[in-house]
Design a protein around this ligand. Sequence first.
Ligand code: AMP
Ligand code: ZN
Length: 484
Amino acid sequence: MKKFYLYNTKTRKKEEFSTTRKKAGMYCCGPTVYNYAHIGNMRTYIFEDVLRRTLEYCGYGVEHVMNITDVGHLSSDGDSGDDKMEKGAAREGKTVWDIAKFYTDSFMRNCEDLKILRPTIIPKATDHINEMIALVQKLVEKGFTYENSDGIYFDTSKFPDYAKFARLDVENLQEGHRIDVGEKKNKTDFALWKFSPKNSKRAMEWDSPWGVGFPGWHIECSAMSLKYLPQPLDIHCGGVDHIPIHHTNEIAQVEAATGKEFCRTWVHGEFLVIDNGKMSKSGGNFVTVDTLKDKKIEPLAYRYFCYSSHYRKQLAFSIDNVSGSQTGLNNLRNLVKRTVRCDEKKAADGEIENVLEKFYKAVLDDMNMPVALAEVWGILRNAEISNEIKKAAVMKADEILALDLFKEADEKIIDGIKFEKFENTPESELQKIASSLNKRSEAKKAKDFKTADEIRNAVIAQGIEILDNKDGVVCRNLGTNFAG
Ligand code: AMP
Ligand code: ZN
């Protein structure tokens, strides 16, 4: 096995990963399927995918479990507010089951577009109600719970290490900010089982030893992870927002119920931010993979963009930044194409490992993808490395990067103008054409059609077809003056 150093939230240290099991068990908190996943969510799933690919490179098999939350996630991460699923159903006039199916399918398509490997097991919360009830029952038997008019609650005062994982300052936790105290005994107590409202029927509700109701969100992930993975889990992941509430509560309830460590390594990814705030579904400030596609940005350009920052640092989103990544990815693919246009001789494995030494060093150092990506550029530009070796090395690197680096880059977008079939035209030339065509658009806006036509004719004279589509201007190389 290769040495893989991973930052563990639990110890706040980079540690060498190891497991005694045949397959490393990795649990990733999955999406709440009441709306489209936004590209912030997808940033988290991309880093988790890199983690899985890296474990596989190191020689581990991976049992990768990712749940689908289709009940019980309330609009606050505490225990108040509406059930997000029921809210989604009301918004769209559909059943909760239809909503869950629709947004699960959409999420799976996003994952495919981003080349995120399909988890080995994808359990749905609503298929595991019995396991959740059994786990709550254990906690009831061991005396960690109490009942109030709202449901069965976990009594955090009975779990002395509650604040340890997130280094919570419980004394000073703001009421109302993190939780509504209501009938809770302690600010940090959380619902394990919520009762259905007395005078109305919920769309999703089940019988339990305590009355009709539905599971709390935190118990879902714990019950499903313990069903499919041996305890202690090797790895549990999610976004940083899960550290103080969701994962803290998961640790408390599982360790209280089983008396054993829940998980050895906790890995958390930082946020994608927009206008300095977290991109969020409830905030309404979100961009999806489909929004990017509508803007002619490839999903993999977003994956490339994610590599511009370490997964434990925030990443600021703007369309311009991601468009820049599309250009970067196109250029990288063009460079690959020029490089590999060689007679292929098989390169020896040892040579490839040598050339990729710094690439892997960066990946194995807590997935330092900005450095790893720069290494790939460096390899391709290094005149001392033969083309055969470059080709084989890039193919290996792409098993982790998953950027489809051998894809024909036959489309580029420069200053909003789309260029087709200009692979061998220098960027500076395309820049000139883009700037002329943008001047033409301005002239048209100002009703100066004479200037607009002059510019158009000058571009056409270079053997370029101009298409004015509803999404913008497209230039197609007809292959007369520009090498295609
Ligand atoms: P949800 O569907 O809201 O349960 O979130 C799914 C995953 O996306 C969780 O692991 C969250 O921590 C993560 N997440 C939510 N918002 C962001 C964001 N803006 N940037 C990165 N990850 C996020
Ligand atoms: Zn979870």
